[in-house]
Design a protein around this ligand. Sequence first.
Ligand SMILES: Nc1ncnc2c1ncn2[C@@H]1O[C@H](COP(=O)(O)OP(=O)(O)OP(=O)(O)O)[C@@H](O)[C@H]1O
Length: 611
Amino acid sequence: MAMAVFKSPIKGEFHGSRNMESKEFKHHHLLHRHSSGRRRVFVQTETGCVLGMDLDRSDNVHTVKKRLQIAFNLPTEESSLTFGDMVLKNDDLSAVRNDSPLLLKRNLMHRSSSTPCLSPTGNDLQRKDLSGPIEILSHSRCFLSLKQTANDIVEAMKAGVEPIPVNGGMGGAYYFRNEKGQSVAIVKPTDEEPFAPNNPKGFTGKSLGDPGLKPSVRVGETGYREVAAYLLDHDHFANVPPTALVKITHTVFNVNDGVNGNRSREKKKLVSSKIASFQKFVAHDFDASDHGTSSFPVASVHRIGILDIRILNTDRHGGNLLVKKPDGRFGQVELIPIDHGLCLPETLEDPYFEWIHWPQASIPFSEEELDYILSLDPVKDCEMLRRELPMIREACLRVLALCTVFLKEAAAYGLCLAEIGEMMTREFHAGGEVPSVLEMLCIEAKRLIAEGDVLSLRSDVEGETEFQFDLDYSDLDSVYSSKTQTLIVKNPFSNGRSSLGKLEEEEEDETEEEAGLSLSLSKLSTSTKDNKMGSMYPNNPRDETEKTLSSHKSANVLLPVSTNFVKLADMIEAEWVVFLEKFQELLDSAFAERRTMTLRSRQRLGTSCQF
Ligand SMILES: Nc1ncnc2c1ncn2[C@@H]1O[C@H](COP(=O)(O)OP(=O)(O)OP(=O)(O)O)[C@@H](O)[C@H]1O
């Protein structure tokens, strides 16, 4: 019963680089650009400083870098300018859209651990940065309600009402208030995230763009994920508070001295401009970790679970569900999901779903929920995110597409939220972490592609797309143990092509044990989470990761280890299309297996546990 979600529109939708965008969008984009010629962009350095700049028709990468050289005292040849997945090269600024944040990076060979915080030195340029105190980085209607909130805050700032730093959490966060002193928004600067250069709580040691708290979510990129979760929450189904990316200027923000991560501005009270997520504050009474969960409405748990599955949320713990007591005596509590910074990872990760063992999650979906799931369109969702958040990485969009397809098929089969969540979650066995059923299905789909003749799919498009993904994964590979991936990918393409050189080198080292792993995968049934799987990993994959991590500096000592079993973004578009088809073909038997497991465990527990 595989659904034809990706049949016709897929061409041109799921691709590795934004310069292959759909014709329709490109046309619209070009029209817009040529009619106005001007665009406003926000350039952020790796250490967090932000400058608003107006580009006009005649600007190119070189002229922009030249202006930044004056502002940040960073020679053009020592810097690169990136926009999401893309390193902007030559004279091409055509992909950069109005309100886009760009990242100015110091080239690797010019970096040193004692690099001071790049702070703007060009007064002239700074004066030309005519940003208001809060600028929403979009003119989309989706953020209209936040415009008023921003205006209220600006009025309060004029009246001397100061924001309040949030005490808890690892990242820098601030409650911004209205004139009455009421909190109306929570602001999280991207350069104050855990391990980012200006983190106020001592968790520093990385640059923006480096792998972060979760290796598949880069430092400085949690903010746009918060916005993505809001945008994907169609019809406010799951109750995600309105969230936007902003450029915001205030003295309350933290700037470290760059070398030791010490706070330097506390006393000086200097004004800093930041790119931050800006979320509507929702008054609440407690969070889900403070309270029994039995009073939580089934519908709210289902709606939040549906969102978490789509976005592969790796951080849905109780503290990230705010709880509001009912107004009247007989009302129900309201749940407000927050903190979506660790959703949409760049590779399949182990999600964390606090609700997975709540009884509500085992109750079948209602008709209304099934209709909502049926209406979800992963192709449209990806298009919408590309439009609203042009910096979003294609790798994240593939995770979104895959998880949405999985949800749609599973719900259509009749599985409940708990069953779907469990199929996405890894288990730990004596031998280490075991891939989730979802991951095993992906591994199997990749193997099926490898068996078929997809080599021809690669021939035309290898160069550029490959490069985009190489950029993405060179960083991530250093913190992941990706043994399984290597084995799966190298088999079909071991024909001496240069872009896969790295994999070929590794192939020579293939041990008997690894060959055995390839073989086991080929015999894989979809019931993957039994103890047999443990023996497929005689060496704990986590040990490998720990070894890699130990070679990194400060922040990595504190970072959790992570295993990467499946990458999605290493496939060229044509492979991705075939992969999705194979993946869907495998789903029915996996769901049947899961259903049998549920029935068996119910029989064991007796009927008292049924709902
Ligand atoms: N939209 C909101 N409305 C009201 N309060 C909020 C909102 N978002 C966050 N908070 C409060 O701020 C606290 C910190 O927020 P959040 O968990 O998003 O930040 P964080 O730095 O990512 O935290 P952590 O490190 O625990 O993940 C929350 O525990 C919650 O109490």
